[in-house]
Design a protein around this ligand. Structure first.
Ligand code: 26V
Length: 749
């Protein structure tokens, strides 16, 4: 094996650059490795038999491909050895930017699905956009506020993309036509089980005067607070689906297409695929009715959120202006729906209308047409059925199913926490990454002191590794002996980072007075980006940073509590931090987090969940035992009944613990006096104050946090919980999820 790699790399280095491996610079070596990987893929590629499943997604949050590709090829050690013997190392590539074509969970899920399908020998090709600038790079100003910088990921050439100029197609808008140029990425299944393809498109102008054309792929989610931004976003969506469908039709033919492919629509963003496929069918002389019938068989839709602001709607006038032919088709679909519902007493057309009050409702368009609709965790699917999409559930109950999310254990255990994976393999008597279902065997060691001790040592080493990384990367000194309480995810009010920081503020204020002396030292670690235009989320970041500055510099509480907000959370940072976490904060308001997937990654790496009964936390408790996690706060039904008369101001006035924490927003204790008036007002005096009930859950959060910290002192007791979480994490493999999609939706006869 060694010789084979040595020879192959030498050959590619010579052909590409006329150099020896030793003489290559970093970028050249990266490209040589990419070429090697792609060549191996050509060798291992297999034909598809039967139907092909296709994933349409506006986001793919991939992270680094070099390490995961070598990992899946099972060649990491061998390649590392060849590189070392030639004066290089794989770690040289640590600082190459992630592929960050996504915002958060939805994009990362798409990446996990691709990995799982290939590893489970399921044909699943992905289509998306190759953004010139991915998700922005985050840093903090001196005053703690978020700064955004464009992500210039192509500073170093892309070693893995294969440009397919010859398969470029045109995408037509009312005012101009653009050329969609595809770039293919090999998706390598574990041990080369299967090679699938992710195809990402770039936009090219056709003539010199179409300067707008290339803007289409310039940024992921251009700021859509302006009219021009919205228009660009609509153009992106149409660009993706039109280019992809043209390619699919040229590959499979339009005749009987429904027998050859199934397309999964990842949230509302690619739903324009429905009218576009009708458009393309009509162009090949099919009737509208036949085309619509085809769509009903080809498409399935996954919903990823119940937040009303995230259920996409477009102004009819905008759509008419940008893609008039598509708008015309949507009008026709809407007419058919109206006709179909005219005699229906169960549901009213009003609730289902695709076009209403001058707006096009994308979720309604999907629900009418697709064959399958799914949510991403049990509670989420239940909420879709009873609230968000209840009218559609009444109409088409048979379309609905749940597909609880998952994560790939290859990246999120094998690659990021090798020592743990090896230890688990040893205990369970198999390659645990390959046969994750056997991880359940770990349970039989729940009272084995030696095993518990070894687990603690592995966690401790991971914490020390993280501390050295943090020192190098940020110049901070984290104490590995403290309890790591982590909240890592997008910053959003519903995820309630504010609740976490209020908990920390409470501990600090009381520790300063000499209380909580019995608790172990605690380090709160936050990471996550706020949308550039989301003011409240940005204020919350600034507040956390301001709190951190005061606490971290207070000698009274040194050795008791520290807070760090790590900048620029991305896949690579997650891979370093997750193996080091002790306590995973998953504290969204019950009923708001569709699923969460970070919760699963943390669980698989032995963190215990401190969370609300929301999203997949519920299923984590079902699998690992509620007694092995820390659940607090209002349940979903309680949230709903409290909503009616919720009075946070009264809570604030009558509960000293709440008042004490909330007042620090304006007291000047952390930053300027009245510095966080906007946050304060949103909790106390807004029209709909404390929308996510931070104050209602604060006291129970604090007492749950104290319980967990207390338990941490009892090594054996806490490690057993950690073990039980690891042992029951197999359900959260995206291999399981993808098999469910395959069986129930994609390849069902
Ligand atoms: C987007 C927006 C944008 C406008 C402001 C409000 C808002 C709220 C939520 C979203 C999320 C968009 C969809 C999404 O990323 N959903 C996430 O999907 C994950 C994978 O299924 C799931 O684990 C997360 O719970 C869910 O938030």
């Amino acid at each position: 094996m060694y010789k084979q790699f040595q020879d192959k790399l030498t050959e590619i280095a010579r052909d590409k650059y006329g150099k020896s491996i030793k003489a290559l610079d970093k970028e050249e070596l990266y490209c040589v490795l990419g070429a090697l990987v792609n060549e191996k893929c050509d060798f291992h590629r297999k034909q598809t038999c039967g139907k092909t499943a296709i994933y349409f997604s506006i986001e793919y949050l991939i992270g680094k491909l070099l390490y995961s590709n070598l990992y899946n090829m099972k060649n990491t050690d061998c390649v590392e050895k060849v590189l070392r013997d030639n004066g290089h190392s794989l770690s040289e590539f640590e600082d190459i930017d992630d592929y960050a074509f996504g915002n958060g969970g939805l994009g990362r899920l798409a990446a996990c699905f691709l990995d799982s399908a290939a590893s489970c020998e399921i044909t699943l090709d992905g289509y998306g956009i190759r953004y010139k600038k991915g998700l922005f790079r985050q840093s903090f100003a001196d005053d703690g506020s978020q700064l955004e910088e464009a992500d210039d990921w192509q500073k170093i050439s892309d070693a893995f993309a294969i440009k397919r100029e010859e398969e470029a197609v045109n995408v037509e808008f009312s005012d101009f036509t653009v050329r969609a140029v595809p770039f293919d990425y090999n998706i390598i299944g574990y041990s080369f089980k299967r090679i699938n393809t992710l195809r990402l498109y770039e936009a090219r102008k056709l003539t010199c005067d179409e300067s707008d054309a290339e803007k289409i792929y310039e940024y992921l989610y251009p700021d859509d607070s302006t009219y021009e931004g919205k228009k660009l976003r609509l153009r992106q969506q149409y660009f993706l689906v039109s280019a992809s469908l043209q390619n699919i039709i040229s590959r499979y033919g339009i005749e009987n297409l429904e027998d050859k492919i199934k397309i999964q629509l990842n949230d509302t963003h690619p739903i324009l695929a429905i009218p576009e496929l009708i458009n393309l069918c009509i162009k090949s002389n099919m009737s509208f009715d036949a085309a619509l019938e085809k769509c009903c068989k080809i498409f399935a839709y996954t919903n990823h959120t119940v937040m009303p602001e995230a259920l996409e709607e477009w102004d009819s006038s905008l759509m008419k202006e940008v893609i008039p032919q598509i708008y015309g088709i949507i009008e026709k679909i809407n007419d058919m729906l109206l006709y179909e519902l005219s005699n229906n007493k169960e549901v009213s057309f009003c609730d289902c209308a695709v076009i209403k009050d001058g707006r096009v409702k994308m979720a309604n368009l999907a629900c009418y047409v697709v064959s399958h609709i799914n949510g991403v965790a049990g509670i989420h699917t239940d909420i879709l059925k009873k609230d968000t999409l209840s009218q559609w559930y009444r109409l088409y109950p048979e379309k609905f199913s749940n597909k609880t999310n998952g994560i790939t254990q290859r990246r999120w255990l094998g690659l990021c926490n090798r020592v743990l994976a090896d230890f688990l393999s040893e205990l369970c008597g198999c390659d645990i990454v390959e046969e994750l279902e056997n991880i359940k065997r770990l349970e039989s060691f729940r009272d084995d002191s030696e095993v518990l001790k070894r687990l603690r040592e592995i966690k401790y080493q991971n914490k020390k590794d993280f501390c050295s990384y943090a020192e190098k990367a940020y110049g901070i000194n984290i104490n590995p002996d403290s309890v790591f309480v982590v909240q890592i995810k997008r910053i959003h009010e519903y995820k309630r980072q504010l609740l976490a920081i209020f908990g920390a503020v409470h501990l600090y204020l009381h520790m300063k007075k000499g209380e909580y002396a019995h608790l172990p030292e605690v380090t709160f670690i936050f990471a996550g980006k706020a949308a550039a235009g989301y003011k409240m989320a940005k204020s919350i970041i600034k507040y956390i940073n301001n709190v951190a500055t005061v606490i971290n510099n207070d000698t009274d509480t040194a050795g008791k509590i520290k807070i760090y907000f790590l900048p620029n959370y991305n896949v690579s940072l997650a891979e370093k931090l997750i193996p080091a976490a002790d306590i995973s904060l998953q504290i969204s308001q019950a009923g708001t987090e569709a699923s969460g997937t970070g919760n699963m990654k943390l669980m698989m790496n032995g963190a215990v969940t401190l969370g609300t009964y929301d999203g997949a936390n519920i299923e984590i408790c079902r699998e690992a035992g509620e007694e092995n996690n820390y659940i607090f706060g209002l349940r979903e039904n309680e949230v709903n009944s409290l909503k009616v008369n919720y009075n946070p101001k009264k809570l604030y006035e009558n509960t000293p613990v709440i008042k004490e924490a909330v007042d620090t927003l304006v007291s000047g204790k952390f930053g300027e006096r009245y510095g966080f008036m906007d946050v304060y007002e949103s909790l106390i005096n807004a029209e709909n104050p404390d929308r996510y009930m931070v104050l209602a859950d604060l006291t129970s959060f604090i007492s749950c946090l104290i319980d967990a910290l207390n338990d941490f002192k009892n090594d054996k007791y806490f490690n057993k919980k950690s073990l039980m979480n690891i042992a029951n994490s197999a359900y959260f493999s995206s291999d399981r999820t993808i098999r469910e999609y395959a069986e129930d939706i994609w390849f069902k006869e």
